[in-house]
Write a protein that binds this ligand. Structure first.
Ligand SMILES: [Zn+2]
Length: 132
């Protein structure tokens, strides 16, 4: 099946579930955050995918900073013994930072495929003349 005959699938549908952004059936991950080389169902090559630090950035900005703010508030407001942080803050930080990484990475990879995002390239002078 040619690649232009696949129906467009929402990055939210496929990426958050860790599915192939083209067919929605194959798996995206080979492990927790490592991508497979290609889709086992439709054969889509995942080499285009490069979310870089995107998942970590979103987790840090929207989850880790509030969790650390909670830890600071707890310390300043109550000055609890250290073990209170071990049973409240540490699990909070781990549970809010690690689980969202895979769905966020899947969503970013699926969005790269859906919006055909890639590194910018300078057009050669001949190509620029044709488009003008
Ligand atoms: Zn696929």
């Amino acid at each position: 099946m040619p690649s232009d005959q696949w129906p467009p699938l929402s990055p939210m549908q496929t990426g958050l579930r860790g599915r192939c952004p083209r067919c929605g059936q194959g798996h995206l991950f080979d492990g927790f955050l490592k991508l497979r080389p290609k889709c086992e169902v439709c054969g889509l090559d995942y080499s285009f995918a490069d979310p870089a630090d995107g998942p970590a950035f979103f987790v840090m900005m929207f989850v880790c900073i509030p969790a650390v703010a909670f830890a600071l508030w707890l310390e300043i407001a109550y000055q609890p013994p250290f073990w209170i942080h071990l049973v409240t803050t540490l699990p909070l930080v781990l549970l809010t930072c690690i689980p969202p990484l895979q769905p966020l990475k899947g969503w970013l990879v699926a969005s790269q495929f859906f919006y055909k995002a890639e590194e910018g390239r300078l057009a050669r002078p001949k190509e620029a003349d044709k488009s003008a």
